[in-house]
Design a protein around this ligand. Structure first.
Ligand SMILES: [Zn+2]
Length: 260
């Protein structure tokens, strides 16, 4: 019944269509980057995904906190109606849910990004250069380790090759933007700014140097914060002490350690 009601959500009842347009718009505003999938941080977010699958938890089909915008690939190729729970609830024994069987508990062994910070459970391997997401090495609670493992196993976001490549590209992009930020901040004339920017015509020479410099600095900061793969940026902030080039950049632009 939940499946049927969900498929008909835009056509039945009073205001279903308007309500779901508003829900989608609100979820779009909560997405990482610019309307990007909250699982992979790479593709356009198109699908209202149920974190607790409606096939197992029909009572959560219309629960606001159960919604997350995801991309088609994450939603229909990986997550599907897969889920894991702790059995019994509050134990550390995590089990994958079986089709056509009732859930043995509602205690999720899956990171819920609506109420939890995935970075408390996962870390990005930058130093080893794989750009894989792995269970955090600092986890001490076996429940947290189980959540990390089951989430990675269901979504495969840790090791999908296209995602690892895109994270690496994001890492290089963030470094180059920080470097450019430092150069613009240290510039002293409009001619300096014209030399630094890719398209010198974008420097408005009728503006004062200070105004033009500030505009470029704000633009560079925004380009970092609006880019895909914000987890890569956050990991650079978290791990910079063990990344020599990143460390140098953050030491030159220490305010960037607080950008979020
Ligand atoms: Zn995705």
């Amino acid at each position: 019944m939940a499946e049927t009601l969900w498929d008909a959500k835009n056509t039945i009842g009073n205001g279903g269509k308007a309500a779901f347009a508003e829900i989608k718009q609100t979820l779009l505003g909560m997405c990482v980057g610019t309307e990007l999938c909250n699982y992979c941080e790479n593709n356009e977010a198109t699908d209202v995904e149920h974190i607790y699958p409606k096939s197992f938890f029909p009572e959560r089909a219309f629960t606001w906190l159960n919604y997350l915008l995801a991309c088609k690939t994450c939603n229909t190729h990986f997550k599907l109606d897969q889920f894991a729970v702790f059995t019994p609830a509050l134990s550390a024994n995590a089990t994958t849910m079986q089709r056509k069987k009732l859930p043995s508990s509602a205690d999720a062994a899956f990171i819920d990004p609506r109420v939890e910070d995935p970075m408390d459970f996962l870390y990005l391997d930058i130093t080893g250069k794989s750009f894989f997401l792995l269970p955090s090495l600092t986890l001490t609670n076996p429940r947290d380790t189980a959540k990390a493992k089951h989430t990675l196993s269901i979504l495969q976001i840790g090791v999908r090759a296209a995602l690892a490549d895109a994270r690496k590209a994001a890492f290089i992009f963030f470094q180059s933007r920080l470097e450019r930020y430092q150069q613009v901040r240290d510039a002293t004339t409009l001619a300096d700014l014209e030399r630094l920017i890719e398209d010198p015509d974008l420097v408005d020479t009728s503006n004062t140097f200070e105004a033009e410099q500030q505009q470029m600095l704000t633009g560079l900061q925004q380009s970092i914060l609006r880019y895909s793969h914000p987890t890569v940026w956050r990991e650079m902030q978290r791990q910079y002490l063990s990344l020599p080039k990143t460390k140098k950049l953050f030491e030159a632009v220490p305010e960037a350690l607080g950008w979020k």
